[in-house]
Design a binder for this molecule. Sequence first.
Ligand SMILES: C[S@@+](CC[C@H](N)C(=O)[O-])C[C@H]1O[C@@H](n2cnc3c(N)ncnc32)[C@H](O)[C@@H]1O
Length: 207
Amino acid sequence: MTPQFSSRDPNHPEFWDERFQQGFTPWNRGAVPQSLQDFVAHSEVSVSGTHHCLIPGCGHAHELEILSEAGWQVTAIDFSSSAVVTAKSQVGKWAERVQQADFFKFVPEQALTLIYERAFFCALPPAMRKAVVERWAVLLPVGAKLIGFFLLDDTEGASKKGPPFRTHPQEFQTLMQPYFVCLEDAEVSDSLAVFEGKERWQIWQRL
Ligand SMILES: C[S@@+](CC[C@H](N)C(=O)[O-])C[C@H]1O[C@@H](n2cnc3c(N)ncnc32)[C@H](O)[C@@H]1O
């Protein structure tokens, strides 16, 4: 049976609370994506000091443990209380690194070196894209990186239905280029069905 939802606006935490509470979470991987595992394995934090990493819209924060175990300082935020309660219960000793916060208002205690993106940008309606990119740019100092998964699709009209909302690659490039340069763009081998064939692993550096 299809679940019934009363909240229809992904800009509000209630939208996400309802879906988490009803267990309707087709984006939820329940594990760490391979491309992120590879990035962590090749990360050179010991040379340059530790990473200070933010995970916006973390959901159940499945990635928090591997990043924390790698020695990174990580903060995972989500504005859905349901997401935060479950995340805290699942991340063991790293629970206090999960915070209930709105991405657009959150101010990190220390300068970030990384933001990790997965299924947050594509969760918000297209009208919010410019604001997300601008917030990434404010939060990341020059040289810092935005890493993660981006749902890109050059099919006409692809961005109209969601979440997840797909973005035309040219639109994404146009939004990003005032602030970031793309260092890496790769296929993803282990996408979930809802992202299959349209998900890219990318690394962007703040200009
Ligand atoms: C599709 S889920 C993805 C969750 C997680 N990143 C993952 O990969 O499983 C999108 C998440 O973004 C959160 N979110 C949406 N807008 C937000 C905002 N303004 N501030 C913080 N979290 C937000 C939602 O509550 C939800 O948990």
